[in-house]
Design a protein around this ligand. Structure first.
Ligand SMILES: Nc1nc2c(ncn2[C@@H]2O[C@H](COP(=O)(O)OP(=O)(O)OP(=O)(O)O)[C@@H](O)[C@H]2O)c(=O)[nH]1
Ligand SMILES: [Mg+2]
Length: 232
């Protein structure tokens, strides 16, 4: 079974090399795809150097910062073209501890999409202040109720898709860019009847570097969640 871990990056030079090292300690046989948006801090150059030394590290470089959603779509298309069986989404900032990777893989025989969940028993969040927690909680409640989904964590970005799900996501018609991308992909998989499993993760607030969350990303979630339901 061949796996690919997609890591979108924008200014993650302080995190990337150590993260990749930790991933390979846990899953030595996986491939990793960095999708870098021409980070001014040199993350793309670093990824290129690492890729020259290790053929399991792949890199797609885009011309400028164009958002998380389209970075993942590029990565998903790469995964389909290169015949990976299971594909992870993972942040570069150590919020998603690599130690959980085997927990996802334990469920791949029975489920098509596995979600790392902060809001089920055994899951949690460290290093986040009250406002960030409230924002995340509210966004999840909003999406869950509006879209009638049974999952507790819809905005998390630590996920594992089977090739089968990716093939049927209709990537070119996805409308979201920011956090709502995670909601949209899970919603589509759910509507298509795929088996989806939530597993607990303890999410760690960003290790180093700066946050890319913005008002624009939050506003996008507010108006696009109802739109997703309308468009279905
Ligand atoms: N390629 C690409 N990567 C991005 C973009 N925006 C964010 N990322 C990456 O996506 C991942 C998640 O972004 P974060 O900034 O950590 O977002 P967050 O986890 O909600 O917020 P913080 O952890 O507080 O920073 C990180 O690996 C970022 O480097 C983008 O426009 N393009
Ligand atoms: Mg983060």
């Amino acid at each position: 079974m061949q796996t690919l871990i997609i890591i979108p990056t924008y200014n993650e030079i302080e995190n990337l090399q150590r993260l990749i090292g930790e991933i390979f300690l846990i899953l030595p046989e996986t491939d990793i795809l960095i999708v870098d948006d021409n980070s001014p801090d040199g993350t793309g150059e670093l990824a290129e150097r690492l890729g020259r030394k290790n053929h399991r590290i792949k890199l797609i470089r885009r011309a400028g910062k164009s958002g998380l959603g389209s970075a993942y779509i590029r990565g998903f298309k790469y995964a389909l073209k290169n015949n990976y069986d299971f594909v992870f989404e993972m942040d570069a900032d150590f919020s998603h501890p690599p130690a959980y990777l085997p927990d996802f893989l334990m469920h791949t025989s029975r489920y098509n999409l596995i979600l790392g969940s902060r809001y089920i028993k055994g899951g949690g969040i460290t290093n986040w202040g009250i406002w960030r927690r409230l924002l995340s909680y509210a966004a999840n409640l909003y999406a869950r109720i509006f879209l009638g989904l049974p999952y507790r964590d819809l905005t998390g970005g630590f996920k594992c898709y089977s090739r089968e799900v990716l093939k049927n996501l209709r990537l070119d018609s996805i409308i979201s860019e920011g956090y709502v991308f995670q909601i949209e992909t899970t919603y589509r998989a759910h509507r298509q009847g795929y088996a989806i499993k939530e597993i607990p993760i303890v999410f760690k607030g960003r290790y180093k570097g700066e946050s890319k969350i913005s008002r624009k990303i939050c506003l996008e979630a507010i108006w696009k969640v109802p739109l997703l339901r309308f468009l279905r």
